[in-house]
Design a protein around this ligand. Structure first.
Ligand code: ARG
Length: 364
């Protein structure tokens, strides 16, 4: 093989490799119009949320056990709630739970549950879905956005990808249907600055081995927040977290409506800091996310703005749930959703070079 042909061959192999490795990134960006300009957004330095005075909050949370579900503690395995109605009573006669976190509800034609996935850890105990561990949402066909604390153990080690499974298209946690897709995980990527027992930088990604099949009705991809969420923004959380503090996990995904609170208020919550937003329901403090909702999405205006992170208990008065601020971490998310973030920059010159060489080799 002549030198130039050898060169062309190598270039083409390199090109193929680059194309392969960049695929997850492409889907993330091709998903929505707002993602159209990859290069522009790669260079964008995202505005950080204005941080109010750090001195105004105490560093000692009132209940540390609720503040942070540890990576090695799966979501509580308790009696599941198979009720499909909204009710705020515990119907002892039928021996069934009908409790929801007050104000939590099930939407008849839920248009958000298609973005939600159940992250499962380890083997099932008895039933499909009883190893639900955390929530997450699909931000591309191969990338799930979740919380870092769902991905590391108490020794701050990243948990093995083999132990995770992502289940999409399953509004009922315990019911496998023809729309249910179980996906293997290729890579587990918690934010590198996340430290177990601390609550900052609580974002992470699961990179899937295969592409999820999206159909727009049972499984779909949600765009990332494109603005700093203003106080007063109306949002919805959705998940399979416990239906009240210390209570059972539901079978059907539960929704709750929340409003983003001001930074001034959020900084009154212990451990609140940069890269976080907080939200509650101004009419009912019991509306909140809870254990098992972690990693799940806070949706506002058809985009994911927050990742369920921590709180002082759940649904308690004079506090609010804390969420990782997706807009703040958008750059990190975009870079890490790509297997090879620099690849897109190299692609164009590489293609030109390969074509030039191919032509030259052909003409020689
Ligand atoms: N850390 C919890 C989990 O692992 C989520 C807690 C959310 N708490 C709240 N009050 N909003 O599932």
């Amino acid at each position: 093989m002549g030198v130039s042909k050898f060169y062309v061959y190598n270039l083409l192999v390199l090109l193929l490799f680059v194309e392969q490795s960049v695929s997850g990134y492409d889907q993330l960006w091709n998903n929505d119009n707002e993602f159209a300009s990859r290069e522009r957004n790669c260079r964008t330095l995202y505005k950080r949320r204005s941080a109010a005075s750090m001195n105004s909050f105490s560093m000692a949370p009132s209940d540390m056990s609720q503040v942070h579900a540890r990576g090695d503690e799966p979501a509580p395995k308790t009696q599941s709630d198979n009720s499909s109605q909204n009710s705020d009573t515990n119907d002892k006669d039928k021996g069934e739970f009908h409790f929801l976190v007050t104000g939590g509800y099930r939407h008849e034609n839920d248009d958000l549950v298609k973005f939600l996935v159940s992250i499962r850890h380890g083997k099932t105990y008895k039933f499909f879905g009883d190893n639900h561990y955390c929530g997450g949402c699909l931000i591309s066909k191969t990338v799930v956005l979740t919380a870092a604390h769902c991905l590391v153990n108490s020794k701050n080690q990243v948990m093995s990808s083999r132990r995770f499974k992502v289940v999409a298209g399953t509004p009922r946690r315990l019911l496998e249907t023809s729309n249910t897709q179980e996906l293997q995980v290729k890579e587990v990527k918690p934010h590198e600055n996340y430290i177990d027992d601390a609550v900052h930088d609580d974002v992470g990604l699961l990179i899937l081995q295969d592409k999820v099949q999206t159909d727009g009705s049972t499984v779909d991809i949600i765009p990332l927040a494109d603005e700093d969420p203003p106080a007063g923004l109306e949002c919805t959380i959705i998940g399979w977290g416990v239906i009240f503090e210390g209570g059972p996990l539901p079978d059907e995904a539960v929704r709750a409506d929340l409003t983003i609170l001001s930074n001034d208020y959020c900084y009154t919550i212990s451990e609140f800091g940069t890269g976080m937003i907080c939200a509650s329901n101004p009419e009912n403090f019991e509306v909140d996310s809870c254990q098992g909702d972690s990693g799940g999405p806070l949706f506002c205006e058809g985009k994911v703005f927050g990742v369920v992170s921590f709180g002082e208990g759940c649904g308690r008065p004079d506090t609010a749930g804390v969420y990782a601020d997706v807009y703040y971490y958008r750059e990190w998310i975009e870079l890490n959703a790509a297997t090879c973030p620099l690849a897109s920059w190299f692609r164009l010159p590489l293609i030109t070079l390969a074509m030039q060489q191919a032509l030259r080799a052909h003409c020689l």
